[in-house]
Design a protein around this ligand. Sequence first.
Ligand SMILES: C=C1C[C@]23C[C@@]1(O)CC[C@H]2[C@@]12CC[C@H](O)[C@@](C)(C(=O)O1)[C@H]2[C@@H]3C(=O)O
Ligand SMILES: O=C(O)CCC(=O)C(=O)O
Ligand SMILES: [Fe+2]
Length: 333
Amino acid sequence: MDYDPPFLETYNTLLQGANNISDINDHKSSMVQKCDEIPLIDLKRLKLSHLEREECMKEISEAARKWGFFQVVNHGVSQEVLERMHFQQKEVFRTSFVIKSQENFLNLPSRSYRWGNSFATNPKQFMWSEALHMFVPDLAKMIHHHKSLRSTIEDFVTVVTPLAEKLVEILAQELNIKFNYFQKNCSSNTCYLRLNRYPLCPFPSKVIGFLPHADSSFLTIVHQDHIGGLQLMKHGNWIPVKPNSQALIVNIGDLFQALSNGVYKSVEHRVIAAEKVERFSMAYFYSPSIDAVIESYATPPLYKKFTFGEYKDQIMKDVKEGGDKVGLSRFLL
Ligand SMILES: C=C1C[C@]23C[C@@]1(O)CC[C@H]2[C@@]12CC[C@H](O)[C@@](C)(C(=O)O1)[C@H]2[C@@H]3C(=O)O
Ligand SMILES: O=C(O)CCC(=O)C(=O)O
Ligand SMILES: [Fe+2]
């Protein structure tokens, strides 16, 4: 069978004798714990009585401290927009690999389309997935005949940005961080959107869909389809995030962990590959401009002060050298 993208050809030598490669769950922090579930928070209470609003805000802040991950319903992003996004995403990934991997695919900057992990230094770092990683301002460059993809993404960005802002405002308020820090440094034009596709994988126990990682954002908002496969690390166990088509998944990113001096947790997560079903997800990364300074709100700080540009450069350097992101630990004091 031919795979699109051509993972097998590329990973071939390293995958030869897949039986000799250890399973993705063969290391100590590998138990999959099915009973624990991330909090599900109903945001409609933000518009109800003062008491209900306060209760909802507390739940958000507690989930960010304890889990770094939660799901929200009544979030204001309509099912119609989410369904259109999934439809458009399926369409764009259906484009032939030869076209997708062209430098100027969709007229986006080179390397916006990514597949697998071209920097993998060992089979554990392979990724059985492809992605379109877009910087929101670049959408304006998307060519005319992709008008429906572009306008759908724009519609999504228009509604998901205020949601991200609302959540960040609540999280900031709970720690007495001034919200105008975010107003000064972030807008939809400093954010990223990532569309992910996880094609059928012939050896799902040997390769990962998406490597364990933490996000390099303040906050990420994800919508996954009905398949499942996203897992987060908690107390040494992988906890699956149950698909819920009505819900959006929210997770704290590295930048909020640094800003909150470790109070809010940027938690490692991964996506396992599946043999019989393909899977789609989308992630909106609420991130600041490149020159924004990230500095702990409390003393003594756990991390050195850095700009988002410095953070991204360090990640790229680590990925190029070792096949994977090191992340916030690089900035520990
Ligand atoms: C192969 C990789 C892509 C990625 C860095 C990594 O080594 C594993 C994590 C990936 C991720 C996920 C969150 C963000 O989108 C991202 C920019 C990040 O910092 O880590 C991406 C990286 C990327 O796409 O370059
Ligand atoms: O596919 C998913 O559910 C999550 C993807 C993800 O973690 C990411 O794009 O950063
Ligand atoms: Fe992620």
